[in-house]
Design a protein around this ligand. Sequence first.
Ligand SMILES: NC(=O)c1ccc[n+]([C@@H]2O[C@H](COP(=O)([O-])OP(=O)(O)OC[C@H]3O[C@@H](n4cnc5c(N)ncnc54)[C@H](O)[C@@H]3O)[C@@H](O)[C@H]2O)c1
Length: 319
Amino acid sequence: MPRIAIVDLIHKDGLNLLKKNRKYKYELVKDLSKKNLISKLPKFDGITLRRGKIDSEILEKCKKLKVISRHGVGYDNVDIKFLKKNKIKLLVTGSTTSTSPAEHIMFMILNISKGMSFFDKSVRNGNFKSIMQMKHENFELSGKKILIVGFGRIGRKLIKRCLGFEMQVYVYDPFVSEKIIRSYGGTKIKSLTSGLKFADVLSLSVPLTKKTHNMINMKNMNIMKKTSVIINVSRGGVVNERDLNKALNKKKIFGAGLDVFEKEPPEKNNPLLKNKRVLLSPHAATFTRECLSNMSIETVKNIINFFDKKVRKKNIVKI
Ligand SMILES: NC(=O)c1ccc[n+]([C@@H]2O[C@H](COP(=O)([O-])OP(=O)(O)OC[C@H]3O[C@@H](n4cnc5c(N)ncnc54)[C@H](O)[C@@H]3O)[C@@H](O)[C@H]2O)c1
């Protein structure tokens, strides 16, 4: 009987699938410290992984391990080189993790373009006439140009929402053809720099890799419009935080929305926490009733399907 470790809590709807299934034994692993993972994980055939880092030192001890099912689509918290070498499969929740993040991006764009945080605070503080003090920096989305960097699951959901707001959509993703991008109503951009020059809004939906690390830095923020807004809901590290803070303070760009950070939670002295030009959320783009329930179900279904030899190909990560 395969033994499955549920590393980090997941929504009850996924756990219920395992409770009902007598073919598997499962155990919850809530303590995500390396010490605990090294001692607990070696007896399992499969692991579901939400937060927590599984490095090669832990994996070396897991001689029975055949599969890791990620609760999410990013997998920068697993040593994929080790998985590849040892033929351990990696599965992700491909079909359930894009609607909420795309809505979160749209929400951040709307929030910043309408100065919503400022308005909310002003009304609560009895400063109803704050509007008169504004420098009229709020703007309409209609007719504005958005550059979507990374045109996978999230990018393709986002474009529909942007077109609904009558934005002009440009896409930078060297791995997706012009034909596909056009079929969604977007225009392909061949170089990131050319798109950054005219983008009113830049939204990042790429994985964190060596190539995307610090992809947005001072050098390219310098060429962006002073009225532009950067939204990063992908991974911390794709936008260089120190440079972003500088660019905001020097008014090189207008604003930013961040759901993800280089270090999570961010250090208390991270200057972005005090910067009024940035809107922040705590890696919460998937925190909706629907997304959390669907992700937990897909995470568990992936692992059950794997042992039943019925796993959906699109959920297997090619490593
Ligand atoms: N904040 C959150 O809660 C949250 C939720 C879901 C996903 N994410 C992150 O968002 C990322 C994207 O998610 P997705 O489901 O759309 O992934 P995806 O794999 O479906 O799409 C990623 C796209 O990025 C493109 N890409 C890769 N390298 C690139 C590069 N150097 N330049 C431009 N494009 C590049 C790929 O071709 C692909 O089309 C994930 O890797 C994950 O880290 C964050």
